[in-house]
Design a protein around this ligand. Structure first.
Ligand SMILES: N[C@@H](CCC(=O)N[C@@H](CS)C(=O)NCC(=O)O)C(=O)O
Length: 217
């Protein structure tokens, strides 16, 4: 298996952490996101959406970060990261779909306004953030409820569901996600952040010092 990725992007971080949790063996190829490598013909021949990441395994070209994690877990046969019990699997699938269809977009607005725009020397648009807040709080409330009395989303240990749902909030401090009213969600994120696979996929070492300086300013 060969993973095409750039470690600075959110969905690549998800897959790098997920593959590590799974213990999957893979080769990697760096695609320069800021340099537009994902828009070049060599990459769009793998993923016509021109989005990172993508995985190639023999004659299979697979895109969608959550599909990549599921495939790697099944191929590797890791029943910890992706348990085989049908109910647990269905629960994990539910969170993967929810992340992709709802949660990612809700968190991405904060990433664009509070992280990407400052990097580009632009200012966050408070009207956009205020407009996004009700949806974010609605979805964060669902996670808060789910994490009441349990440490992980789908099992008594971390699975690919935790990695998928944590990824869109991976820079939550810089994103300025409004997590004040969600103690269960914050505690769960702290547990995710303590996982070796999460720490090893930290994008910070791949960011230029001047970019980090703009974020902490
Ligand atoms: N649903 C896709 C989303 C992939 C995606 O949006 N990737 C971003 C990087 S995190 C990307 O490459 N965007 C293209 C662009 O910004 O031009 C997945 O989960 O893999």
């Amino acid at each position: 298996m060969k993973l095409y990725y750039d470690p600075i992007t959110v969905n690549c971080r998800k897959v790098i952490a997920g593959l590590d949790l799974i213990g999957a063996d893979y080769e990697s190829a760096h695609v320069d996101y800021f340099g537009g490598g994902h828009k070049e013909a060599a990459f769009t021949a793998i993923n016509p959406n021109a989005e990172l990441p993508a995985l190639v395994d023999g004659d299979m070209k697979l895109w969608e970060s959550n599909a990549i994690m599921v495939y790697a877990a099944e191929k590797t046969g890791n029943a910890e990261a992706y348990p085989t019990d049908p109910k647990v699997r269905a629960d994990i699938q539910r969170w993967l779909l929810w992340e992709s269809s709802k949660w990612f977009g809700a968190c991405y607005i904060y990433l664009v306004e509070n992280v990407v725009k400052p990097i580009l020397d632009d200012k966050p648009d408070n009207a956009v953030l205020e407009g996004a807040a009700p949806n974010f709080h609605h979805l964060a409330g669902i996670l808060e409820e789910r994490l009441s009395g349990q440490d992980w989303l789908s099992a008594d240990h971390p699975t690919i569901a935790d990695i998928a749902v944590a990824a869109p909030m991976h820079l939550h401090g810089f994103q300025k996600l409004p997590l004040e009213n969600y103690p269960n969600l914050r505690a769960w994120m702290t547990r995710v952040e303590a996982l070796p696979c999460w720490q090893k996929s930290d994008p910070a070492p791949h960011l230029a010092p001047e970019v980090i300086a703009k974020l902490v300013a």
